[in-house]
Design a protein around this ligand. Structure first.
Ligand SMILES: [Zn+2]
Length: 99
């Protein structure tokens, strides 16, 4: 019995670890049909609206339409570009301080 429980907890730990490694909750955009992140830390149990970060279309989704996984490659590239832009802005702010 104890062995079975240990296996059970190991499986849960594996799933949780896996989940945190493999992105978050996604929906398929009704505009561009790509997987976009809904940026919620908990599973949404009610209908909700999301603005697509790629095509800008606002869609209303049901919990049954939520998937778990990695967003579309374009979203990931946008995120990277966003971060680079922000760090660049921060650097130029610093330069402005010295002038
Ligand atoms: Zn879209």
């Amino acid at each position: 019995m104890r062995k079975a429980l240990n296996k059970y907890f190991a499986a849960i730990a594996f799933l949780l670890g896996d989940a945190s490694l493999k992105g978050g909750f996604l929906v398929t955009c009704k505009g561009c049909r790509r997987n976009i992140p809904i940026r919620m830390s908990e599973f949404p149990f009610r209908a909700f609206s999301v603005d697509c970060c790629l095509c800008g279309q606002r869609g209303r989704y049901l919990p049954s339409q939520v998937q778990h996984g990695l967003p579309d490659r374009l979203v990931q590239e946008n995120d990277v570009a966003d971060k680079q832009m922000r760090s660049r802005t921060r650097n130029s702010d610093l330069i402005d301080l010295f002038h």
